[in-house]
Design a protein around this ligand. Sequence first.
Ligand SMILES: O=c1ccn([C@@H]2O[C@H](COP(=O)(O)O)[C@@H](O)[C@H]2O)c(=O)[nH]1
Length: 245
Amino acid sequence: MQHQLTDIGERMIVALDFSTLDEVKKCIEPLQGHIRYVKVGMELAYAEGPAIVSFLKEKGLKVFLDLKVHDIPNTAKGAMKSLARLGADMVNVHAAGGVAMMAAAREGLEQGTAAGAARPLLIGVTMLTSTGMQTMNQELAIPGAVEDVVVHYALMTKQAGLDGVVASPLEVPMIKKAAGDAFVTVTPGIRPLGADQGDQTRITTPEQAFRLGSDYLVIGRAITGAKDPVGVWQSIVAAVEKDRS
Ligand SMILES: O=c1ccn([C@@H]2O[C@H](COP(=O)(O)O)[C@@H](O)[C@H]2O)c(=O)[nH]1
């Protein structure tokens, strides 16, 4: 998927990691007119329930509902059938649940999507961007290089009929080479120059992420935790445009 400069706004997903609707309103109000796509994670979804998706959709925003379903195939299928009714544009599962689980999730999503409505994109999470090689090798007991495991998970995800994966931008070139350019890559672990790395391990700047071929960037605290979120948003867009010119 070749991104156009005009698409930058729709390709940068702002992670709304808050626990109340008031915090969400306070965050998005000044960003309205700039941002086009937001992410609702577990913190917000568990606190505010499904109504948060319709609230954001009514504001004209696209919604990635990041609940990372990971269970036995039958349960994952049922979860996706229910999630399909909420109106999100993108949902996800953990690829570590395996091909059968991911295929069942896709079936559930298709069954739950209303006739005539677009099915949300279904994305598999590969290795969390907070996980480094040492953690993966020693704690998770998965040998090898992170990139190789991510590509393996991406191929499993493709085999199950999903639309793409969550990974670090660092792995995008290898994923695209193995799974094809149309296979969607959604990449957290984004840190503008000088931003605090926090708990993320496999990071790049927004410019690097686009240069590496990421289709969607997920950016949370660098924007939502800033004193001037609109200023940070505008400086990211400017840096990406400069890098592409
Ligand atoms: O591998 C993953 C999967 C999901 N995330 C989510 O993305 C955002 C990143 O937020 P930052 O504040 O920009 O670090 C967050 O909601 C995570 O749950 C991820 O980081 N890595």
